[in-house]
Design a binder for this molecule. Structure first.
Ligand code: ADP
Ligand code: MG
Length: 684
């Protein structure tokens, strides 16, 4: 009998070789493979008799009654079969290679469906290469089915995965863990049905039903975990002695700008927490550029001057290093008698050991770092405050690990994700919430433009003008190096191209994730000190990077990015007093890209998220915001907000009737959650 924990190798036909390929996708057990959901689905298009609304390169199913016989010929060693057809008087030439038998399959004056990609062949003709031929009856059957398309790796075909998954769903008994009345009440399909249909949907509707159930599972497990950890910990009384505020006040008085109302409210709310009876947790939500770093610095200063350590964790080394330098500057400017320590993964073992020793000693200090801060070896002596910056880049687990350091520190998480308050309250459980809804008054709104590739040189000239005015620019490309798979721009070649374009008049730097931490730091340093004018970068600058003198952001292949990501990227400019610009290059063939239209007409993260939602079709299965924040693999907090609310209510009700889940009828839920956490799939 098969069990979920079994290795993939127990499947028929899967040996070491294929298991090795699966391992590249981190798939080891049957469970892993069962929860490896299709990346997308292939639906056959309805057959058409006209080419009126069809673009070049589209996949079509053409219904054609053939009036000529196919011809076979040989070019060199290659057999070529051609068939001349007409669709409303437009000649469409069909071509097949190495398939002479096709000639005998097609009967004159019969109607067939030709399925494949249609392309122009000169100004007045079209062609299809290697179209698949169906009879009308056969195609009608295909039309009803929806085929899974999996993420692949070299050596592993879609058919291989299909076969293996099908073996699992057909021979495994997947037990239901939710009570029957709950399924009825929420009109949810059974777990086993959902798992079958998500891989092999009978119809599109079945697929939607299946997804709904699995999304419910994800949310249900998420809230379950939240409740479970909550009941284990009692409220921690506030044992911190927070009496001094001399340096905090000194910094506050010396700021080079006036704080916004949002920032002020946020500070006073956290100060109230610090004076409260219990050690609390708070979410600080503020759009990109709303000024969250200074809030972090001020609050950390307050903790440090009262004799505690205060730590901030950033998702990238670039950002951690930037914060570190920002803090050093503040320390110097305000003449603070405290030390700042940087801890990142790329430090040498010896350096790390020294930092660990410091953390374990009782020196009050600022601690700045990446997730190296939550490694087991990092033990803190007197941690008073932990702050997770750019929270959406971390999972819930990392956030919790940080909170569990020290002896129960105050916790802040900072996020730029525009989540409506009602949803935040559900998702962040019993955390308090502060919202910074305004941006510094002096800032001018960013001006946006969407351009086609042919107009990029004009953008270069515009960048040149800005540089002559003393400003700087970012150019974002999707790739690090040229790729055979796509024609998207890559930073390596782009950097060379721009250097050539500007000759020696502009200094161009290149930044990407494959550089060493030192290289990255030195490029960022050069950009921050204006030794570099134009920074050609991948999305490694997406989060948090702050160079207020940069005023132009040019995003190549912008149509390939999601809206949330574009909004974050654009947030790198418009951070200073100068007018800033964001130029989106649309490399698609469409006349007008809807998403780029949305983002170029608004700078408001909330609006963009809500429009993003409206642009979703029923086939857009994967969330608009694929982020690590909540570890959901299918569920999308916007799109699936109603399911989220349901799951939250259901888990609350469950816990109010059976706080420890000890009732027999709930045993399976507990078992399921245990399974899930074992597999580190909090994402189900
Ligand atoms: P984010 O909220 O995206 O993390 P940052 O904290 O990086 O934003 O702030 C962006 C820029 O705005 C920084 O250069 C910062 O010094 C500046 N800034 C922050 N608060 C204010 C303010 N109240 N007035 C003017 N500039 C501010
Ligand atoms: Mg920030």
């Amino acid at each position: 009998m098969m069990i979920l924990e079994d290795s993939i190798k127990t499947l028929k036909g899967v040996g070491d070789k294929i298991a090795g390929f699966y391992e590249k996708l981190s798939l080891k057990s049957l469970w892993d493979l069962l929860f490896y959901f299709p990346r997308t689905y292939l639906e056959f298009p309805k057959p058409i008799d006209s080419l009126a609304d069809i673009c070049d390169g589209e996949i079509v199913a053409l219904r054609i009654c053939i009036q000529e016989s196919p011809k076979n010929r040989k070019t060199g060693k290659m057999d070529i079969t051609t068939l001349n057809t007409f669709v409303e008087n437009v000649p469409v030439n069909m071509v097949w290679f190495r398939s002479p038998y096709i000639k005998s399959q097609l009967n004159l004056h019969n109607t067939y469906i030709f399925y494949g990609v249609i392309k122009s062949d000169g100004p007045h003709r079209k062609k299809m290469e290697q179209p698949v031929i169906y009879t009308e009856e056969k195609y009608a059957k295909e039309l009803l089915s929806v085929q899974p398309i999996y993420g692949l790796t070299k050596g592993l075909s879609n058919n291989q995965i299909k076969k293996n998954v099908s073996d699992i769903v057909n021979s495994l008994e997947i037990e239901e863990f939710l009570p029957n009345d709950l399924l009825k009440k929420r009109k949810l399909e059974s777990f086993s049905y959902a798992l079958k249909q998500i891989h092999f949907p009978d119809t599109f509707d079945c697929l939607c039903q299946a997804r709904q159930r699995l999304v419910y599972n994800e949310f249900f497990a998420f809230f379950l975990n939240m409740e479970m950890t909550k009941t284990k910990e009692e409220d921690v009384p506030n044992h911190f002695k927070l009496l001094k505020n001399e340096y905090y006040q000194k910094c506050l008085d010396g700021l080079p700008f006036a704080l916004t109302d949002g920032q002020k409210t946020c500070l006073s709310e956290v100060m109230d927490d610090f004076n409260g009876k219990f050690v609390s947790q708070r979410l600080i939500q503020g759009d990109v550029g709303s000024g969250k770093t200074i809030i972090a610095f001020l609050l950390m200063t307050y903790m440090v001057e009262n004799g505690y350590q205060a730590a901030i964790m950033a998702p990238t080394e670039i950002l951690a290093t930037q914060h570190y330098h920002t803090f050093l500057k503040y320390i110097e400017d305000y003449d603070l008698p405290f030390e700042a320590i940087l801890l990142t993964g790329s430090k040498t073992v010896k350096e790390k050991r020294m930092v660990y020793e410091k953390l374990a000693s009782d020196t009050p200090c600022y601690v700045i770092g990446t997730n190296a801060l939550i490694q087991e070896k990092a033990n803190y002596d007197s941690l008073g405050l932990v702050i997770t910056d750019e929270q959406h880049r971390f999972g819930v687990k990392q956030r919790d690990a940080f909170r569990k350091k020290g002896k129960g520190p105050f916790t802040l998480v900072m996020s730029a994700t525009p989540i409506p308050r009602t949803l935040s309250m559900i998702l962040y459980g019993d955390m308090n919430i502060s919202v910074i809804s305004d941006v510094p008054a002096k800032r001018l709104p960013i001006k946006n433009a969407v351009i086609k590739q042919k107009d990029v040189p004009t953008a270069y000239q515009f960048i040149y003008k800005e540089i002559r005015l003393g400003r700087q620019a970012y150019v974002i490309c999707p790739l690090v190096e040229a790729s055979e798979k796509t024609e998207s721009e890559n930073v390596t070649d782009y950097g060379k191209k721009l250097r050539q374009y500007y000759q020696d008049t502009v200094s161009v730097g290149v930044l990407h994730g494959r550089m060493t931490a030192e290289e990255k730091a030195s490029v960022m340093e050069e950009f921050a000190t204006q030794k570099i004018d134009v920074l050609v970068s991948t999305t490694v600058v997406e989060v948090g990077v702050n160079v207020p003198n940069a005023t132009v952001m040019l995003i190549e292949n912008a149509n390939r990015f999601g809206l949330a990501q574009l909004h974050q990227l654009r947030g790198r400019v418009g951070r200073g007093e100068h007018q800033s610009y964001c130029i989106f290059v649309d490399s698609s063939k469409e006349d007008k890209n809807k998403r780029l239209d949305v983002i170029s007409h608004s700078n408001d993260g909330f609006y963009i998220a809500s429009e993003d939602l409206k642009l979703r079709g029923p086939g857009d299965f994967y969330g608009i915001r694929q982020s690590g924040e909540f570890d959901f693999s299918l569920g999308d907090i916007y799109q699936d907000a109603p399911v989220l609310k349901m799951a939250s209510e259901d888990v609350k009700e469950l816990f109010s009737s059976d706080p420890k889940l000890t009732l027999d009828e709930h045993a399976k839920i507990k078992e399921y959650l245990y399974h899930l956490n074992q597999h580190q799939y909090t994402n189900l």
